[in-house]
Design a protein. Structure first.
Length: 210
């Protein structure tokens, strides 16, 4: 049975440098992580796939459902003191990183909160700090970071978005599974982004089937 460590999320302090965030190692405990990885599809194309555009085994599907469940929403809202009760959600899955990924950026402000869940085993690449997400103090220097998050072992990273929530990572090419959950605003920009992802889901179903 899939388990997630909500107690650890609720008891991990919120850090402020370089912007408010919380990092929860082993949010997906080891046994559950292995079950999820066994149920993940091989994704050998870069980009974010809506979860209904890929074939998931039962444990992976259960994880995606848990990402949108009230328990996680309420925990995140409480940790950051924000109201998310009516925020639309958007969940996407990434399974492959290319040399085009990792450039410094802030997420769209249509996304109120970004939640990243990393579903990879530890490898030499992560030890070399390739593909490890850095929370940055500015937009110009990938080495000016406050925190580096290896994308391994069911680690959960959560941060409210803002105009200075800069992040990126050093180049990495290869398999790199992550789930991204966003709590969206309710403005037209957010609705447009949700529509774009629904269209993208259809196109990506075709490319995966090719």
């Amino acid at each position: 049975m899939l388990t997630l460590d909500y107690d650890k999320l609720l008891n991990t302090p919120v850090a402020d440098d370089p912007f408010p965030h919380v990092v929860v190692p082993d949010f997906v405990p080891p046994a559950s992580l292995e079950a999820v990885l066994a149920d993940m599809p091989p994704l050998r194309k870069r980009g974010s796939f809506p979860v209904d555009a890929v074939r998931l085994g039962p444990n992976a599907a259960a994880l995606m459902q848990a990402m949108e469940a009230p328990a996680l929403r309420e925990a995140i809202a409480g940790r950051f003191g924000i109201d998310l009760h009516d925020a639309p959600t958007m969940v996407t899955l990434r399974g492959w990183t290319s040399e085009r990924d990792g450039r410094i950026h802030c997420d769209s402000l249509a996304k109120r909160v970004t939640v990243l869940l990393y579903l990879n085993r530890e490898t030499d690449a992560w030890a070399r700090r390739e593909g490890c997400l850095r929370l940055l103090r500015g937009p110009d220097d990938l080495e000016d970071f406050a925190l580096e998050v290896p994308p391994v072992n069911g680690t959960l990273l959560v941060f409210p978005n803002g105009p200075a929530t800069w992040h990126g990572h050093r180049p990495f090419v290869g398999p790199r599974y992550s789930v991204q959950l966003n709590y969206m605003t309710t403005d037209e920009k957010a609705r447009s982004e949700l529509r774009r992802h629904r269209i993208s889901a259809f196109v990506k179903r075709l490319t995966l089937a090719a």
